[in-house]
Write a protein that binds this ligand. Structure first.
Ligand SMILES: NC(=O)c1ccc[n+]([C@@H]2O[C@H](COP(=O)([O-])OP(=O)(O)OC[C@H]3O[C@@H](n4cnc5c(N)ncnc54)[C@H](O)[C@@H]3O)[C@@H](O)[C@H]2O)c1
Length: 364
């Protein structure tokens, strides 16, 4: 169903840091959205943002919601703040909330956020994720068309790095996408360091989806990056920069031409636009998926349930290590389980990395 849009969607940015500013730029450039206000308790970040976008600023999200009529609230916050603010926004009269990833430390908080939004009919999007890129959306269409046969297995070639709930969620979310967003049946996994720590760390494992698709999350980086999706009659590969597909034909594998975008995943032709802002194709894609969700009354491509299930996968891999690497079945019963992101995600970066580093980041 297409919903007639009378005017651009009105966006309020909550959290005027590095990523909040990037979101605002993409929302400001999109013809279907406009940034109308912002909130941040940090006076320097708020002032800089309000000067850049010429919008009123508030010291708290409650003040923002009380004074502005919004369609989309975008809390782009340290993870420690995110659940309470998303839940606060879910009590307001909004069409959508778009927050960052990981959405929370604990599964219980993620559950509350998803349920609160669903109960009010508010669309919840989580994260500026690779899965929003047109390359991967097109790959999903190719996989679903059956031209490559059935999806058999998915390899996450460069692993989770040093973060499972932080950077890893990008990868787990894409693995889910290639598996048709099927639920995970069980995993076996291990972590880099201390399985009994709740702090985020690197990890790896084997994932069995309910539809029989297998996933392998490699532990260590290697010369191969990206993803490999093996199918019964072909394969799809992302090398972390470009995407390719091959179909099995007589005599071997033949490249599939003219179906997948041939551009670099993260770079356009230019690095900066005419006004000096860095061009962010993935950020623009993320905003586009939110516009699509509202225009067509569909779930955002990176919805809250996906954010919650990607977090659950990270926690399940560690849980398997805690249980002697035995299989762990999902959904996890203990919703109090949590994974606390690295300090630069959990708290304000200005506090964690220092004012000088931060000022340079914000004015680049
Ligand atoms: N998807 C991605 O690729 C990606 C990339 C970078 C960061 N992130 C995520 O984005 C989030 C923010 O990262 P960042 O780099 O912008 O951090 P940041 O520290 O630069 O910005 C956070 C901002 O939020 C403000 N803030 C804190 N509590 C607030 C509250 N209660 N209400 C309003 N504002 C509040 C801070 O004052 C600061 O301005 C993190 O969760 C991080 O994991 C995602």
């Amino acid at each position: 169903m297409t919903v007639a849009r009378q005017a651009p969607y009105r966006v309020g940015i909550i959290g005027c840091g590095r990523k909040g500013t990037q979101y605002a730029r993409s929302y400001a450039l999109h013809p279907a959205t406009e940034v109308v206000a912002a909130a941040d308790p940090d006076p320097d970040n708020l002032t800089l943002f309000c000067e850049r976008f010429q919008v009123p600023g508030y010291r708290s999200y409650e003040e923002l919601l009380a004074n502005e009529r919004l369609d989309i609230a975008a809390p782009i916050l340290p993870v420690s703040e995110n659940p309470a603010v998303v839940l606060g926004c879910a009590r307001a009269d909004l069409k959508a909330i778009s927050c960052e990833k990981p959405m929370s430390a604990s599964l219980a908080e993620a559950d509350r956020m998803v349920e609160a939004c669903a109960a009010r009919g508010i669309k919840l999007a989580v994260g500026d994720l690779d899965r929003n890129l047109p390359h991967y959306r097109q790959a999903v269409k190719l996989l679903a068309s059956g031209e490559l046969g059935e999806v058999v297995s998915i390899s996450v070639l460069d692993g989770s790095g040093h973060e499972m709930s932080g950077g890893g969620i990008q990868r787990y979310s894409l693995m889910r996408l290639f598996a048709g967003d099927a639920d995970v049946e069980w995993v076996t996994g291990w972590v880099d360091d201390d399985p009994w720590s709740d702090d985020d760390q690197g990890g790896a494992g084997y994932v069995r989806f309910v539809n029989g698709v297998e996933g392998v999350i490699h532990r260590r980086g290697s010369v191969r990056q990206g993803y490999e999706v093996l199918c019964s009659r072909g394969l799809f590969v992302s090398d972390g920069a470009y995407v390719h597909a091959w179909k099995h034909a007589e005599g071997g594998l033949r490249p599939i031409e003219g179906v997948l975008p041939q551009t670099h995943l993260y770079r356009g032709e230019a690095t900066h636009d005419a006004e000096g802002w860095r061009i962010m194709p993935r950020q623009d894609a993320t905003v586009q998926t939110m516009v699509d969700a509202l225009d067509h009354d569909i779930e955002p491509w990176s919805n809250g349930d996906n954010g919650r299930k990607a977090l659950e996968l990270a926690i399940a891999l560690r849980e398997s290590h805690r249980r002697g690497h035995t299989p762990v079945y999902l959904p996890l019963e203990d919703r109090s389980l949590k994974m606390i992101p690295k300090p630069g995600r959990w708290g304000n970066k200005k506090t964690v990395y220092g004012k000088a580093w931060y000022a340079e980041q914000m004015t680049r």
